[in-house]
Design a binder for this molecule. Structure first.
Ligand code: FES
Length: 163
């Protein structure tokens, strides 16, 4: 799935998406459920998928894109098994959040907006998440961690590599 799916695999995903579109065509409010199913099928919603949906449901591509970017549960980029969020707001940055991002790049080749080759981790940087007292703040999946040094962060990442 996701970015490692090409050729035949991709065709199968599109065939599955076409079935979903067929099922919902003509139904009012079809866009959100179709986007949900599409994200389940592809793991994310790249432009080619949005285009297929806009054609299939007879909606302008701008409308589809508008919904995808409005709801945080939809993603334009592939997500890893564990999605990491590092806050780069001022308080977090001052407390070393940039070093955590640098460590991910150096150790895992993981850059903001990217995913590791093994699909285990993806990384997003965020603006202030409103927990400056815990700076630097990192989320991994549903977990929130604060006041992390690079050493503590690297230990946490290694634990997740075993999960
Ligand atoms: S700057 Fe990171 S939580 Fe506020």
């Amino acid at each position: 799935m996701g970015e490692n799916c090409e050729g035949q695999c991709r065709q199968t995903q599109f065939a599955e998406l076409d079935k979903v579109i067929e099922e919902y065509r003509g139904t009012p409010g079809a866009l959100i459920p179709v986007l949900h199913k599409a994200q389940e099928i592809f793991g994310y919603l790249p432009e080619e998928v949005q285009y297929r949906i806009s054609q299939g449901l007879g909606l302008p591509l701008a409308d589809v894109y508008g919904v995808v970017t409005f709801y945080s549960r939809f993603t334009l980029v592939p997500k890893g098994k564990h999605d990491i969020g590092v806050c780069l707001g001022t308080a977090c940055y001052v407390k070393g959040a940039g070093e955590l991002v640098g460590w991910l790049d150096k150790e895992l080749g993981l850059k903001p907006g990217g995913i590791t080759r093994d699909g285990l981790f993806s990384l997003e940087t965020t603006r202030c998440v409103g927990a400056c007292g815990m700076a630097p703040v990192v989320t991994i999946g549903e977990e929130v961690k604060g006041r992390l040094t690079v050493e503590q962060f690297s230990e946490i990442i290694r634990e997740y590599q075993q999960k």
